[in-house]
Each structure stands twice: as C-alpha cells, then as structure tokens.
Design a protein around this ligand. Sequence first.
Ligand SMILES: *[C@@H]1O[C@H](CO)[C@@H](O)[C@H](O)[C@H]1NC(C)=O
Length: 187
Amino acid sequence: MLAFLTRCLAVQTSHNVYPVVGVLFVHELNKDYFQEEFLSLPRPRISYNDGITFSTNLQSFPDRPGWLRYTQRTPFQNGYLYGTPTQADVGRQVIEVNAFNRKTYETVRQKLIFSIQESVGLMLPYQVEFFIKNKDVEEVLLEEVQQDFQVGAESMWNTQRLSVVNITSALDRGGRVPLPIEGRKEG
Ligand SMILES: *[C@@H]1O[C@H](CO)[C@@H](O)[C@H](O)[C@H]1NC(C)=O
C-alpha cells in the first residue's frame, strides 16, 4: 500500500485564465506540459510518455463548479476543462488540478486561477443547437475545429456574427456510448 503514496511536487505552478460569462471557455490540460513537470521533479524517474490522468476541483470543495465540465478520452491524450460561466459565477474561482502519473505514481499540482468576467456588449437574440454525430466532444473543443464550424455556419446564413455559446457531449444529454465500431462517435 505504501508504494501508492505519491511523491508530490512541493512547488505548485499556477496559471491565470479569464473566462467570460455566456462565452464557451476551453482550457487544455496538456499532457506534454505535465510530462515535463514530472521530469523536473527532484530526482526524476526515467519516464517518457507515461499515462497521465487528472483530477480537478474547486479549491476547498470536492468537485468543480457546476458550469465547468471535464473530459479526457484516455491517459495518453490531453484533458479538457470546458463550459460556459453564468452571471452567478462572476469573480474569482480557484481550480486545483492534480496530475497523476500512472507509471511512477507521482503527482504534480497546478492551480488555475479563474477571473470570470462579465460580458460586454454580447447580444445573442437567437440560439440554435446542432447535433454533430460524427465527433466526440473533445474533438470539437479544439479552437480550429470550432472556427471551421462557425465559418461554415456563417457562410450558410450569410452573417459574420455567430459565436459558440456552449458545447456538450451527447452523453451529458442522455446519449449512450456507441458500440465499439470503428468510426462511431458519441456526438
Ligand atoms: C451548457 O450545456 C450544459 C449541458 O447541457 C448545461 O448544463 C448548461 O446549462 C449550458 N450552459 C449554458 C450557458 O447554456
């Protein structure tokens, strides 16, 4: 059991982020970045491309705030914190990230300091919802994928004033995990 006690990086890193009310926020927990952090531990163990998993919570609470969701497909991929803050979330929220190395059992911690800002001049009289069948949620969280989608919808409707308000996994909306057939996605 003792072998499971984790070595922990004494110095925590911290990072500031500035989400805006009503606007989709995405923060990538970059696996390569955390791999480097593990290598910078005192007396680093030989490790390269280890599986890394993350736990995230609001400081002094067991879980994240309701608006903030988290996903990571496998320990060999990046994790994502994402969601849309509401007016009630304006202000400072500190999220603790624990990155857990599945090979060495080490942990590094990071504090994400959220300064959630009110939106200025954001007027969204209409909202549409799309169901994208052929993607998993973390694939559409990528900035360039969102951009492509937005540009496509803008050209379809001949406007340049669209913005992405929310992205949700179909699983959070009552969808089911599809059978493991090549190419099938959750949506
Ligand atoms: C975004 O989607 C989630 C999941 O469907 C929902 O719980 C949340 O209220 C939505 N947020 C906004 C700002 O629409």
